[in-house]
Design a protein. Structure first.
Lengths: 153, 146
């Protein structure tokens, strides 16, 4: 039997896991011309993800940014909560009238999110920050022709 | 003479128990599961999946268990030539009344996406759940190196 009864709620002597609690990282927001770039790294706890959401949305509004890239290439885990907040963040930034994209999702993270059942279908993504930047510019060009930016993803 | 092995893996205990009672414990669960997965020689994708599943199940405890409290037991698993990581997430209550419903994608009693249990099951090689009202919930998962 694989899942032996050795494991149970009443097991004594709980520890605190491996090493000290990882310190949640925050993210710095960089200005690149009319766009913002935020790079997430380290272990993100729920509160940190939500504070990044607030900070980036405020910064887009404050600086009248045209677009924002959220670089997740340094994250080795994105669970359903983080993915949901990131997708919500992209929608919020669009609502402000700017473009937004998530860039640098690692292959293992992409596989995991798809199997988990998280849909990022309505979220613009790109392989890396460079391609994401090109994507933002292209969306702006299309948007100025069509007079909107919801016409494609 | 001293051994010449570079970066010898840190020896992990047979079982590590992480008490789950706050958000920072999610990070502890992730880093602990990752350490055991590495020790067992799991590949990157298998490791990412089992760490993510652990994060989902630990969050379930914070969200649904009485007082948001429970424990995660993380240990190395072995079966023949295979090595893996086995995690048990247990909480004392209130338990799940309708397991079939809880295992269905899209069902949630907390306004979330309802991906936690069915999603976690898809991420790992083995998944079992035991729960009943008043008896708490115990979810066991296992991920193998091949």
């Amino acid at each position: 039997m694989l899942f032996s009864s050795r494991c149970g709620w009443s097991r004594p002597g709980p520890s605190r896991g491996i090493g000290p609690a990882p310190v949640p990282d925050t993210a710095a927001i960089m200005h690149m011309g009319p766009d913002l770039l935020v790079t997430l790294h380290g272990e993100l706890d729920d509160r940190t993800v939500e504070s990044i959401e607030r900070d980036l949305t405020s910064e887009v509004a404050r600086t009248h940014s045209r677009g924002a890239l959220i670089d997740v290439s340094a994250l080795d885990v994105v669970d359903s909560f983080a993915a949901r907040v990131l997708a919500r963040l992209v929608r919020m930034i669009r609502m402000l009238g700017a473009e937004a994209a998530i860039v640098g999702i690692r292959p293992a993270v992409a596989i995991t999110l798809v199997e988990l059942g998280v849909s990022m279908a309505d979220v613009t993504t790109a392989l890396n920050a460079e391609q994401g930047m090109a994507r933002l510019r292209r969306m702006r060009a299309d948007g100025s022709v069509r007079g909107g930016h919801d016409s494609h993803g | 003479m001293t051994a010449t092995v570079e970066n010898p893996p840190a020896d992990l205990l047979a079982v590590t128990t992480v008490t789950i009672e706050g958000e920072s414990d999610l990070l502890r669960v992730r880093s602990t599961v990752r350490a055991y997965a590495r020790q067992a020689g799991l590949g990157l994708t298998a490791t990412t999946k089992v760490v993510t599943a652990g994060s989902e199940l630990a969050r379930n405890i914070l969200r649904y268990a009485t007082g948001g409290q429970g424990v995660a037991h993380i240990e190395e698993a072995a079966s023949g030539q295979r090595r893996g990581v086995q995690d048990v997430f247990a909480d004392p209550g209130p338990g799940i009344a309708d397991l079939d419903q809880a295992m269905r994608s899209g069902f949630s009693t907390a306004g979330s996406l309802g991906l936690g249990l069915p999603g976690s099951r898809r991420l790992v090689d083995e998944f079992s759940i035991d729960s009943a009202p008043g008896r708490g919930t115990r979810v066991a998962i296992c991920q193998w190196d091949r």
